[in-house]
Design a protein around this ligand. Sequence first.
Ligand code: SAH
Length: 268
Amino acid sequence: MSTSPTPLHPVSLVGAGPGAADLLTVRALQRLQQADVVLYDLLVSPEILALLPKNCERICVGKRSSRHTLPQAEINRLIVAQARLGRRVVRLKGGDPFIFGRGGEEMQELAAAGIPCEVVPAVTAAMGAAAASGIPLTHRDHAQMVSFVTGHRRMDDGAAKLDWIRLLNAESTLVIYMGLGEATRIAAELMEHGEHAADTPMAIVSSATTPQQHIVHTTLGELPQALQDERLVSPALLIIGSVTTLHEELYPLIVQAQAMRPAGSTSE
Ligand code: SAH
């Protein structure tokens, strides 16, 4: 008698958002609650992992440039292997799966394996950091455009990759992901190759939306000094442009609103 093949469940690529558990979408929470196995990144907060069902298997696949983590090909292989076992697989990623999250590469692997897959979008770090620091990414008086770029360069990228800098003007907002380690170089390149003056305002927001959130407001020219004075840790975003000056005016309202909420009603 032939046995029928194990029915496959669709894989869910789920965005966990920037950190605070109450910024998860309702759909993300539903997928987590139904998961048999969750493959998660280091960026996913413990608070969110605490929402997983007790009997759900948790596999940390890492992903922070400086630490030992599984290579992407191995992660792809693992997702496919787990799905083929007939398990409900959630691939849980920091922020949004399709913003510097390699969600596209994982989905291509699933496409090649013929396994159905869905994407559950999330608040990306730029939007979490903007909201939590009182820095609107666009504003009619400051910026009509916003760009999300990665500060992490592949080893084979040469000076030609400075082209993106030339595309930016000082009236746009630039949000740089994975840029903390290279922040001094990036600031120097923006001043040297772009239209950005040394007094261009910028902010660094680390651990946005978590209790460890830290915001530093400075300028491109003063960035090296600010990095020495402040103890900034990953994950952090660089937000560059005149919108960052609004932080001074708007952030106090956020702090005030936070203080007026009953304790425990949000994660900060
Ligand atoms: N897919 C994610 C980005 C992954 S790349 C997203 O949509 O947000 C990892 C980078 O995201 C980090 O190096 C950092 O620049 C940024 N990042 C992620 N979470 C962050 C947080 N809570 N605060 C500040 N930056 C964060």
